[in-house]
Design a protein around this ligand. Structure first.
Ligand code: NAI
Length: 469
C-alpha cells in the first residue's frame, strides 16, 4: 500500500513551502505538489523578489546618474545593460529557489512537480490528492490537505493580455527593452512599484487609477507625500480615471481614458495591475464541497480548517491582505497548531510596505480610521530632514508619524515614508505586538546616528518630549 502522508500541501509558495518545512520540523511526513519547476511561488519567481531586484538595480542607476557627483564621485554618465540587469535578477531567483529546494531535502519533504487537485475520500478515512505531472497522473493519500495555491492577476474585460504589449506584473519584470511609454492600469502596490522601475531607466510612465483616493488603506498624509514624490520623479498619475477602450495599431497601442481625464494615450506597453484573485480553478473545490465566501475566498476557521474536515487553506486563498509575509506566518501557525501548539496570527498587526522611492510602510490604524472610529489619539511626527543619518545618506525625503492614545501613550499606528521604511517598521510592529507605549520607546536607547532615531523622536513628539523635533 502506498504511503499515507500526515500532510499534503498543494502549492509551494510562501504559505505552502513554509508550512511544509515547519510541519516536517515538528515531525509530520509531508508531500508538496507544485506546478512550477521551482518552489517559492509568485513572490519568489515573478513577484516580490524579482521586483525588488529591479527596484534596487534601477535605484542604483539613478544614484550613479544623479547623486554620485554630489558625493564628490565623478563618473561618466552611466549607460544601461538591461540584459545584465535582468540576468542578475534571474540569478537571485535561482539561488533562492534552490535554497528552498535544499531545505525540502534537509527536512525530507516529498516534492511532486505537477498540478494538484482534491480527489475523492479514500476508504479508511484518508484524503486523496490527484497530482498530474508531465508524464502521468498519480493519486497520493494523506490525513490532511493544505490548500496554498495563492492568487492570480485579475484581467480587465475588453483588454486582452498578450504577455508582450499588454501584460501583467510578470511580463513587466521581463521587458527586453526599456519601454518608451508604459501605461500602468491600477495604482496599487504593483502599479506604483513596477511603475517606479521603468522611469528610472528612461521610460515615460503614466499610471491610470480608477479610484480618486489612491492607496485607500494607507494613512492619507503618507499617500499624499508618496504621490507628490513619484510625480516629482516624472511619473504621471491619472486618478479617478478608467481605461474605456484599447486599439492596437502598427505604431503601438492607443488607450481611451474615461473619467477625470478624458483623452487618448498612445504607448508601447501596457501593464495591467488591478488586483489579484484566489487561484482556485481546477482544485476540485466544488466536487469536495469546500465553501467560498461572497468574495470568492475559501472560508476557514481559526485553525485554517475549511468546512470540510481535514482540508485546510492559508494565504491569498483566504481572508486578509494578499501578502507573502501574512501567508508565511499562517503557514507556521497552521503547522504548529497541527502539532498541538497554540499560536495565532494577529491580523491587526500585518505590516504593509510599498517599495517605491521613498518607501512607505505602515502598521496599525491610520489617522483617518481613528477619526472614523472616534478613538482619541495624539500625533507625533519627525521628518527625515532633521535626521543626521538621513542627511549623511542624502536621503531626507519623508517622515515618521506615530499615533498614540493620549492617556496611556499606547501606540495605535505608525506610518513611515522615507529611507528603509520597510526595515524601520519592524520596530513599530514589535512594540505594538507587546502593547507598548511611547514611554517604552522613550526608555529604549537607539543607536546614534541611525534612521531609527526618527521613530523615537516621532513617538516622543506626540507628547511634546522630542529633543530634535
Ligand atoms: P492592488 O489591490 O494593490 O491595486 C490595484 C489597484 O487597481 C487599486 O488601486 C484599484 O482601485 C485599481 N483598479 C482596479 N480596477 C481598475 C481599472 N479597471 N482601472 C484602473 N484602476 C483599477 O493590487 P495590485 O497592485 O495588482 O497587487 C496585487 C496584490 O499583490 C495586492 O493584494 C498586494 O497586496 C500584493 N502586492 C504586495 C506588494 C507589497 O507588499 N509591496 C507588492 C506587490 C503586490
Amino acid at each position: 500500500m502506498s504511503e499515507i502522508y500526515d500532510l499534503i500541501i498543494i502549492g509551494g509558495g510562501p504559505g505552502g513551502y513554509v508550512a511544509a518545512i515547519r510541519a516536517a520540523q515538528l515531525g509530520s511526513t509531508v508531500a508538496v505538489i507544485e506546478k512550477r519547476k521551482a518552489l517559492g511561488g509568485t513572490c519568489l519567481n515573478e513577484g516580490c523578489i524579482p521586483s525588488k531586484a529591479l527596484l534596487d538595480s534601477s535605484e542604483l542607476f539613478v544614484q550613479a546618474r544623479d547623486k554620485f557627483a554630489g558625493h564628490g564621485i565623478l563618473v561618466e554618465p552611466p549607460s544601461l545593460d538591461l540584459s545584465k540587469m535582468m540576468k542578475r535578477k534571474q540569478d537571485i531567483i535561482t539561488r533562492l529557489t534552490r535554497g528552498i529546494a535544499s531545505l525540502f531535502k534537509k527536512n525530507q519533504i516529498t516534492l511532486i512537480t505537477g498540478t494538484g487537485r482534491i480527489g475523492s475520500p479514500a476508504t479508511g478515512g484518508s484524503l486523496q490528492v490527484v497530482a498530474t505531472t508531465d508524464s502521468n497522473e498519480q493519486i497520493i493519500q494523506g490525513k490532511r490537505i493544505l490548500l496554498a495555491t495563492g492568487s492570480v492577476a485579475i484581467d480587465i474585460p475588453g483588454l486582452p493580455q498578450d504577455g508582450n504589449q499588454v501584460g501583467q506584473a510578470r511580463d513587466a519584470l521581463e521587458y527586453n527593452a526599456v519601454p518608451e511609454h508604459l501605461v500602468v492600469i491600477g495604482g496599487g502596490y504593483i502599479g506604483l512599484e513596477l511603475g517606479s522601475v521603468w522611469p528610472r531607466l528612461g521610460s515615460k510612465v503614466t499610471v491610470v487609477e480608477m479610484l480618486e483616493e489612491m492607496l485607500p488603506s494607507t494613512d492619507k498624509e503618507v499617500t499624499t507625500a508618496l504621490l507628490k514624490s513619484l510625480k516629482k520623479q516624472g511619473m504621471t498619475i491619472h486618478a479617478g480615471t478608467k481605461v474605456a477602450g484599447m486599439e492596437k495599431t502598427e505604431q503601438g497601442i492607443i488607450l481611451k481614458l474615461e473619467g477625470k481625464i478624458e483623452e487618448s494615450l498612445s504607448c508601447d506597453k501596457v501593464l495591467v495591475a488591478v488586483g489579484r484573485k484566489p487561484c482556485i480553478e481546477g482544485l476540485g473545490l466544488d466536487e469536495s464541497g469546500v465553501s467560498l465566501d461572497e468574495t470568492g475566498r475559501i472560508v476557514v476557521d481559526n485553525n485554517y480548517q475549511t468546512n470540510v474536515p481535514n482540508i485546510f487553506a492559508i494565504g491569498d486563498l483566504i481572508h486578509g491582505p494578499m501578502l507573502a509575509h501574512k501567508a508565511m506566518d499562517e503557514g507556521v501557525v497552521f503547522a504548529e497548531q497541527l502539532a498541538g501548539e497554540n499560536p495565532a496570527v494577529d491580523y491587526n498587526l500585518i505590516p504593509g510596505v510599498v517599495y517605491t522611492h521613498p518607501e512607505a510602510a505602515s502598521i496599525g490604524a491610520t489617522e483617518e480610521q481613528l477619526k472614523e472610529q472616534e478613538t482619541p489619539y495624539k500625533v507625533g511626527r519627525f521628518p527625515f530632514m532633521a535626521s543626521g543619518r538621513a542627511r549623511a545618506m542624502d536621503n531626507v525625503d519623508g517622515f515618521v508619524k506615530v499615533l498614540a492614545n493620549p492617556e496611556s501613550g499606547r501606540i495605535l499606528g505608525v506610518h513611515i515614508i522615507g529611507p528603509f521604511a520597510s526595515e524601520l517598521i519592524s520596530e513599530a510592529v514589535t512594540i505594538m505586538a507587546f502593547d507598548g507605549s511611547i514611554e517604552d520607546i522613550a526608555l529604549t536607547m537607539h543607536a546614534h546616528p541611525t534612521l531609527s532615531e526618527a521613530f523615537k523622536e516621532a513617538a516622543l513628539g506626540a507628547f511634546g518630549k522630542a529633543v530634535h523635533g
